[in-house]
Write a protein that binds this ligand. Structure first.
Ligand code: PLP
Length: 436
């Protein structure tokens, strides 16, 4: 077997055959840039996969990872602990809105979602409401790839290839309404009434059967869909009225993506549980988790009939190296004002991307925080092909973007400058003009 073959790696969420015929490889990264295998500088328009919020190879994070690898390579977290895990939990509790001050660690966003769903079930059971086992998700939601996540998620392709998912899950309609909301910034003006879908599903199934509703405050992976103004507030009210836990999946929106620590803070709506991952370590080491409201923890822990209160956990929960990376990331975010930089640039970011309104084949642009979605018209009979070509052409010109269907998504490291924004929009304008 040729050791240099590309055959053996079964790549995730990738057109394997197409990639292997013409690979796009990166070999190093620093700040806003990757270096490609052929030695070119590629601006990271996507913070890796929405995660490298502090920029690449940040010295504080690199140092924390390497020194921890030398001092504490692993620590078991079942019945043992290491102090830094508790320190990190305390810092995260301070970062998340009150009363979300109990932190459970996982290793990814998908695991965070499964954890939040299971905590919801445990919470209701602990209060004698064991019949509340149904989950409500939303069309066009992405909550990772565990069976819980694909069940509450609303990406059709992620579900139908596997033909089975959790029973007892229902979905609200998505909030994407280009006829009323195209080319908008921030929360979109129309559609708050779509939150009433939750009320409708309560009517259909009965509140006594519903454990939790989960949404991304801004849907990322399905093409950057900011919520309608007032929508999240309305969901909050309906969930509270029916004793349904509200979960915000902040795997993308957490850690400064919208210029605040969380989207909850940005929109002024506090859920009962927040899932996080990605930016918690600036993408350097896998880590995720759930911030739970104290009343949820108290109900599960105080009503427990067994010494172990929650039969759930991962070998690598609060892994020492991931913990060190997270503590260093939080320090970098604070000391270098990265969330503030993101907030300060939101206006310039929106201004720059909305100038692409008249670029070739563009049918919608949506911006919020440091996220942009540029939607293209689809080629006849080949949905997604046009944006995929844009992604490849942008790579050739030194810009990494992400595509989903015919939507180009950008979500750069939070350390970017106005000049970087200019490079991104200039490159995209050129590439769009060249893409038939
Ligand atoms: N939830 C949301 C909102 C996400 O965007 C993602 C990943 O993009 C996930 C969950 C899954 O995270 P992971 O890929 O770390 O499992």
């Amino acid at each position: 077997m040729n050791p240099n073959t590309l055959e053996n790696y079964w790549m995730p969420f990738t057109a394997n055959r197409d990639f292997k015929a013409d690979p796009r490889m990166v070999v190093s990264a620093e700040g806003m840039h990757y270096t490609s295998e052929d030695g070119r500088q590629i601006m990271d328009g996507t913070a890796g996969l929405w995660c490298a919020n502090a920029g690449h190879s940040h010295p504080l994070i690199v140092e924390a990872i390497s020194s921890t690898a030398k001092t504490l390579d692993f620590a078991p977290m079942f019945n043992f602990g290491h102090p830094e895990a508790f320190r990190l939990a305390a810092q995260l509790a301070a970062l998340f809105p009150d009363p979300l001050n109990r932190i459970f660690f996982s290793n990814s966003g998908s695991e965070a979602v499964d954890t939040a769903l299971k905590i919801s079930l445990a919470y209701h059971k602990a209060r004698g409401k064991a019949g509340k086992i149904r989950f409500i998700g939303r069309e066009r939601g992405y909550h990772g790839v565990g069976f819980g996540g694909i069940s509450v998620g609303g990406i059709v392709a992620n579900r139908k290839q596997f033909n089975t998912h959790l029973p007892g899950v229902d979905h609200m309609r998505h909030t994407h309404d280009p006829d009323r909301n195209s080319f908008t910034r921030g929360a979109v003006p129309h559609g708050a009434e779509l939150a009433d879908d939750l009320e409708r599903l309560v009517g259909l199934h009965g509140a006594e059967t519903i454990a939790a509703v989960i949404v991304e405050p801004v849907a990322g992976s399905t093409g950057v869909l900011p919520p309608p103004q007032g929508y999240l507030q309305r969901l909050r009210e309906i969930a509270t009225k029916h004793d349904i836990l509200l979960i915000f999946d902040e795997v993308i929106t957490g850690f400064g993506r919208l210029g605040k620590a969380t989207a909850s803070e940005y929109f002024g709506v506090t859920p009962d549980l927040i899932t996080f991952a990605k930016g918690v370590t600036s993408g350097t080491i896998p880590m995720g988790g759930v911030a739970a409201s104290q009343f949820i923890y108290d109900a599960v822990v105080e009503n427990s009939e067994t010494p172990i209160e929650l039969f759930h956990g991962y070998t690598y929960s609060a892994h020492p190296i991931a913990t060190a990376a997270a503590l260093a990331s939080l320090r970098a975010y604070t000391e270098e004002g990265m969330f503030e930089n993101a907030a300060n640039l939101e206006q310039a970011w929106g201004d720059a991307f909305h100038t692409l309104k008249d670029a070739t084949n563009v049918i919608d642009i949506r911006t919020i925080g440091l996220v942009a979605g540029i939607e293209l018209s689809s080629r006849d009979g080949a949905p997604g092909a046009r944006a995929y070509e844009v992604m490849k052409r942008a790579w050739a010109k030194g810009l990494m973007v992400r595509v989903t269907g015919d939507i180009i998504a950008l979500s750069p490291p939070l350390i970017l400058s106005e000049a970087d924004i200019g490079f991104m929009t200039d490159t995209l304008r050129e590439v769009l003009a060249e893409t038939a």
